[in-house]
Ligand binder design. Structure first.
Ligand code: ARG
Length: 560
């Protein structure tokens, strides 16, 4: 139970019926200055009922309040300030963490489902930096939602359909080489795609060929289907390597193609509601009334579009998962698409759209410029991750050459550094990509938090921590750690409500910092009667750091 709640209970015994327990709790604040106490209750709201000035009320209440939880109660103007007993509170909090272990701050199940659409790269194209962001943000959002008691479903809405596949087939049939594609699928397919666009400049008829092949694919032509399946399988194999490195899993890989046979129904509904209008030969839903450009449903040639497939996907997902919330973790560039999607769903009468959210994020920049896959400047994510791991390896070899399972640790640190860097600032910000600074052991990095946790674990080993509970302490350094540990449940809720993993990243940085201060001032391993109790605090810190990192998809080695 929160200390706000406990304070509210104590107040309620004095105040009586004028305010409910919840009302009292909602009024409780933190005093502006720490020296004025830990919690403050403003008395303004009681003035009318008591027919007294708030300052007088505060004095009266302060005189009557007593509870072993408070070491001091003070009226400060219209406020009643209390000082919590650090001895009592530190025991309660640390022992709760130890008792509940990784379950600390876990919300009981709600039996409600949240669906998150994330990663969703495009077949036969490289896994871009934007897809990396979507992957790590989406994964964190899912873990955080699960911690908050929801059932979660992670969907990889693969971009595996569209006219580009017709073009790719033409390119492959004209210039492709099976062996080369097998050896290096994505790079090779991308090359073919780029080549196609060069040739089109002088041979515009290639466009028609591409369209014809896509039509064949849509009509279920055998050769076209075989090629498409092959491109898709090879691409997925490569994407899977990245997911394995990142430790990210999905519940469904139903991509755009999956909705091919589910769009007629949407089109029929739109027609029935008289929402479809013709515009330059195409079929669109007008969104003039919402000041949005029309949503394109069918092209002149009858081909469906990205938006049509997303409409079908939304309806399918609601019917399949009955979600209370559906998130789309997709770059800010697609903001308009999602506005249109949600508007059309609303016009169709679907209330579930209230639970749908576009969760946008900023770009990854390199020296201030967008990292691009165009013009052959391909940044292959797998290579980036491998480089991060190699750098971590070199770091470890230098700092701790004796380390057992050094390769595993290097993977956790290298990959963790990339993920943490992505999640450490609010997702909407652009981020600068710089491997060297991400991998630093000091500053706001993943390795800094991991290293703090590893050091805490090594204290437990050196001190032979025996599982003791915490006996209480009232010094500032202990208190700094205790208030951080106490904040974790609230942090979990806020990160979920805002769909903002950086709230957790910031939190683990702050906790690591509070712990390093503690460690710098308190002699944890001193052989005295308090040693095992201090180690209990250290243990609680490792539990929460490890769990916090897990929620953002970062592993925490016990030694590094
Ligand atoms: N494949 C798309 C892209 O790379 C992202 C898909 C996002 N999900 C969705 N349901 N539209 O841009």
């Amino acid at each position: 139970m929160s200390y706000e709640r406990k304070y509210a209970e104590a107040l309620s015994r004095v105040i009586g019926d004028e305010l409910t327990l919840d009302q009292i709790e909602a009024l409780i604040e933190k005093p502006k200055h720490e020296a004025h106490g830990d919690l403050a209750f403003p008395c303004f709201q009681l003035a009318k009922a008591y027919r007294k000035a708030p300052v007088m009320i505060a004095t009266d209440i302060a005189g009557e309040l007593n509870d072993e939880l408070f070491t001091k109660v003070e009226a400060a103007g219209p406020y009643v300030n209390v000082f919590l007993s650090r001895d009592v509170v530190s025991q309660e909090i640390i022992n709760t963490v130890l008792d509940e272990s990784a379950d600390y701050a876990t919300h009981a199940t709600r039996n409600e489902t949240i669906v998150t659409d994330f990663s969703s790269p495009n077949i036969a194209k490289p896994f871009s930096m934007g897809h990396l962001r979507s992957t790590v943000i989406g994964n964190a959002i899912n873990q955080i939602a699960r911690k908050n008691g929801y059932d979660v479903v992670g969907i990889n809405h693969l971009g595996d359909w569209g006219t580009q596949f017709g073009k790719l087939m033409v390119a492959y049939k004209k210039w492709g080489d099976e062996e080369a594609v097998r050896a290096n699928p994505i790079a090779e397919l991308l090359k073919l795609y780029v080549h196609f666009h060069e040739e089109v400049k002088t041979q515009p008829e290639l466009e028609d060929e591409g369209r014809a092949w896509f039509k064949k694919l849509e009509d279920g032509n055998e050769e076209a289907t075989e090629l498409w399946t092959w491109f898709r399988d090879e691409s997925l194999k490569e994407f899977q390597k990245v997911y394995d490195l990142l430790g990210v899993e999905f519940d469904s890989f139903n991509g755009e193609a999956f909705y091919n046979d589910k769009m007629d129904r949407i089109v029929a509904m739109l027609e029935e509601k008289q929402l479809l209008v013709e515009s330059e030969g195409a079929m669109v839903v007008s969104l003039d009334d919402e000041n949005l450009p029309p949503c394109l449903i069918k092209k002149k040639d009858g081909a469906t579009l990205y938006a049509t497939r997303d409409l079908a996907a939304a309806v399918y997902r609601h019917e399949t998962y009955n979600f209370v919330q559906a998130n789309y973790v997709v770059g800010g560039e697609q903001a308009l698409h999602f506005k249109q999607l949600f508007s059309v769903l609303r016009k169709l009468g679907y209330d579930f759209v209230d639970g749908m959210h576009h969760v946008p994020f900023g770009l990854i920049l390199q020296e201030g410029k967008k990292m691009s896959t165009r013009k052959g400047r391909i940044v292959l994510l797998e290579e980036v991750l491998k480089e991060a791991i190699e750098k971590a390896q070199a770091n470890i070899a230098q700092k701790n050459p004796e380390l057992a399972n050094a390769d595993d640790v290097a993977r956790m640190v290298g990959v963790g550094a990339v993920i943490f860097h992505d999640l450490k600032n609010e997702r909407i910000n652009n981020i600068e990509f710089d491997l060297d600074s991400m991998l630093k052991f000091e500053g706001e990095t993943g390795p800094y938090v991991q290293y703090t946790n590893a050091r805490a674990n090594s204290l437990l080993r050196k001190g032979n921590y025996d599982g003791s509970t915490f006996a209480g302490a009232d010094d500032d350094h202990t208190w700094g750690v205790v208030t951080m540990l106490n904040a974790f449940p609230h942090v979990i809720t806020r990160a979920h409500e805002r769909r903002e993993p950086s709230i957790i990243s910031r939190y683990v940085l702050d906790l690591a910092q509070a712990f390093n201060k503690y460690y710098g001032h308190v002699r944890v391993l001193e052989e005295d009667a308090g040693k095992q109790s201090r180690l209990a605090l250290v243990k609680a810190v490792t539990i929460v750091l490890t769990e916090g990192l897990r929620l953002i998809g970062v592993q925490a080695p016990e030694e590094m």
